[in-house]
Design a protein around this ligand. Structure first.
Ligand SMILES: NC(=O)c1ccc[n+]([C@@H]2O[C@H](COP(=O)([O-])OP(=O)(O)OC[C@H]3O[C@@H](n4cnc5c(N)ncnc54)[C@H](OP(=O)(O)O)[C@@H]3O)[C@@H](O)[C@H]2O)c1
Length: 338
């Protein structure tokens, strides 16, 4: 089978397509999945470049894919041949709260091979069935970005009708957050560096738009747009570049879901804003299989579709990561396998 990997050197330019032996037939509790599509995340740009030097070569990148079960082992009952499935992001976080142990094995990292390969041998416990109305390409976007947005907004912050949610930027996690917030009847304030992207966000239901380039003090603008009250929830992906604006934007007793570090990893914090305004900070690391399945039920019931900017063919898979690194996309970038 074919796979993409960094073999001897890290870096996007050193990703190469290789021929690997087909996985063996599935053993007890296992399933063999024919992968039909994958999707990239900002995180994959950092793992391919070994930005946080923990990786081990050779490494197959990417955490997110969707495919069809083509064989199962004895005692495999969770899925059967023909089922359309996605793997979970973490191999071992199936249920309950996060622990050190259940988040050790993240696909596409030093601990666990990624999914940019044509067939995956996998424990059936790590598979989730995908909503019927989604194509494989659409479903491939779910395991990391969508589950992260779901866990942040629904599992942790308990978004509900009438709340105001701030969503930063128009990348993968953020547009899922926008869609889930609207699904729950919330008002959404969307920020972006681009007026054109903001207008596209409006068609997804964003109620208020802020260009964070034109308005660097956008936290204050959120206060104005909420009549001085502030937002109930801020979905924080900008890290150092945005956290102090997020602290300004949140209402007294509001919640900030800390997810990303697109604008840097360390920053001085206005501590008095946190205790003075009784803010709640939720650290998020993707989510569990339970989160994934709850999210899929909501996606199936609502008919929601992921926002996909571009689909590249398998033989050009590194292009997906080049686009991701450039940041021009609106939503997800996917890879179609055949
Ligand atoms: N903790 C977790 O479990 C978890 C899970 C998934 C992702 N993440 C992290 O979350 C972040 C987003 O991931 P992603 O895959 O959704 O990224 P992505 O799709 O690559 O998103 C890129 C978009 O984010 C916006 N952006 C870039 N820099 C920004 C800044 N300084 N302030 C505000 N917005 C900015 C831009 O939107 P505009 O062009 O509209 O301005 C850009 O197009 C990354 O840091 C990623 O590592 C964490």
């Amino acid at each position: 089978m074919h796979a993409w990997q960094n073999t001897l050197e890290w870096g996007l330019e050193h990703l190469e397509m290789v021929e690997l032996p087909d996985p063996p037939l599935p053993g007890p509790g296992q399933a063999l999945v024919q992968v039909h599509a994958a999707a990239s995340n900002y995180r994959d740009v950092t793992t391919v470049t070994n930005a946080f030097p923990l990786g081990r070569l050779p490494q197959i990148p990417l955490s997110d894919c969707a495919g069809e079960v083509i064989a199962i082992g004895v005692d495999t009952i969770r899925v059967g041949p023909g089922d359309r499935v996605c793997p979970t992001f973490f191999r071992d976080w199936l249920t309950g709260p996060p622990t050190n142990e259940n988040r050790l094995k993240a696909r596409g990292s030093a601990s666990t091979p990624g999914v940019l390969q044509e067939r995956l041998l996998i424990n059936a416990e790590e598979l989730v069935k995908i909503p019927d109305h989604l194509s494989y390409v659409e479903a491939a976007t779910l395991p990391c970005a969508a589950v992260t947005a779901w866990r942040a907004l629904v599992t942790c912050a308990r978004v509900r009708a009438g709340m105001t949610v701030v969503v930063q930027g128009t990348g993968g996690v953020s547009l899922f957050a926008l869609q889930f917030a609207k699904l729950h009847g919330a008002t959404v304030i969307l920020t972006s560096s681009s007026d054109a992207k903001l207008e596209r966000g409006r068609t997804l239901g964003a109620d208020h738009l802020i260009n964070y380039r034109d308005c660097p003090e956008w936290g204050q603008r959120v206060l104005e747009q909420t009549g001085g009250r502030g937002a109930d929830i801020v979905v924080e992906v900008g890290g150092a570049g945005t956290i102090n604006q997020s602290l300004t934007a949140a209402r007294v007793g509001g919640q900030i879901c800390i997810i990303g570090v697109l604008g840097g990893r360390t920053q001085e914090l206005a501590m008095s804003a946190i205790f003075g305004r009784n803010l709640h900070l939720h650290g998020i690391s993707v989510g569990s299989r339970d989160d994934f399945e709850a999210m899929n039920r909501a996606i199936a019931a609502s008919g929601m579709r992921p926002v996909i900017d571009e689909v590249v063919p398998f033989h050009k898979a590194p292009d997906a990561l080049h686009i991701q690194r450039g940041g021009t996309q609106f939503g997800k970038i996917c890879i179609a396998f055949n």
